[in-house]
Write a protein that binds this ligand. Structure first.
Ligand SMILES: [Zn+2]
Ligand SMILES: [Zn+2]
Length: 133
């Protein structure tokens, strides 16, 4: 563990915790730059990689291949997110719709390690902006 990275690391963790939604590297960068104006994006990538290796954050892949990072809360519950293709705003699903399907899959003797839900589209306000054009 590199001690000199502790300050950046703490900032990144608190930004992700406060957001309680997946954030892209660019969003993390924009949020941190006011407090640590000299931080490099490569530093953020390095810290994010460490946090991921330590299982403190999870990766979310959305349809344009940009990776978003979510801080893992200390419980077994998980949330699925959908993201607007255009404004990149994220929305969380109220519950996981996969559990029922998982029970069936487990009954088939299949061991599930992970699951993802990918929904693509545009949000209400982006759809409204299209109508105005
Ligand atoms: Zn939108
Ligand atoms: Zn789920």
């Amino acid at each position: 563990m590199q001690v000199k990275n502790t300050k950046q690391r703490k900032h990144i963790i608190s930004i992700l915790k406060d957001a309680s939604r997946p954030m892209s590297i660019n969003e993390i960068y924009d949020a941190i730059i006011s407090e640590l104006p000299r931080i490099a994006k490569s530093t953020i990538y390095r810290n994010i990689d460490q946090l991921f290796e330590q299982d403190l954050i999870e990766k979310h892949h959305f349809n344009d291949n940009e990776i978003f990072y979510l801080y893992k809360e200390n419980n077994d519950e998980h949330t699925h997110f959908i993201i607007c293709d255009e404004c990149k705003r994220t929305y969380s699903l109220p519950s996981c719709p996969i559990h029922e399907i998982e029970d069936y899959i487990k009954a088939e003797g299949f061991t599930i390690k992970n699951h993802q839900i990918q929904i693509t589209g545009i949000c209400k306000s982006c759809a409204y902006n299209h109508l105005k054009k």
